[in-house]
Design a protein around this ligand. Structure first.
Ligand code: HEC
Length: 94
């Protein structure tokens, strides 16, 4: 409900405008990637509580991105990351 308006029901996004959520698993392996995924504005500013946002992002990473061995985000971790949303996510992308 909070993501598919832009990223689409399959997560595929839109070429040149909205990134493909099926491809984001690789970012977890890059330095700063774990924080980046929680700090992009669409995630950080989603109108849900920290625990719900952790569940949501974990769901996207397992069901849409097909990350096989996800170390799930916790509510406290998400809470800390989302308090610092990225002002320039394109420049900050790891
Ligand atoms: C208003 C449109 C919009 C909404 C709603 C939205 N996003 Fe995004 N998302 C974007 C755009 C555009 C980007 C590219 C970076 C930027 O400009 O913020 C992005 C980037 C991302 C990225 C980084 C992808 C990459 O490859 O760098 C992730 C992860 C993400 N969004 C997940 C989500 C999730 C999960 C939700 C729902 C909680 C969500 N987004 C809601 C438009 C949106």
């Amino acid at each position: 409900m909070h993501c598919s308006g832009c990223h689409g029901p399959s997560g595929a996004g839109h070429p040149d405008f909205v990134p493909d959520l099926r491809e984001i698993g690789a970012l977890l392996d890059r330095p700063g990637g774990r924080a980046y995924l929680a700090r992009v504005p669409g995630v950080a500013q989603a109108p849900v509580a920290d625990a719900e946002l952790a569940d949501l992002l974990n769901w996207v990473l397992t069901e849409i991105s097909r990350v096989p061995d996800l170390h799930p985000y916790g509510a406290d971790e998400i809470g800390a990351f989302r308090r610092e949303p990225l002002r320039d996510p394109v420049a900050a992308r790891p």
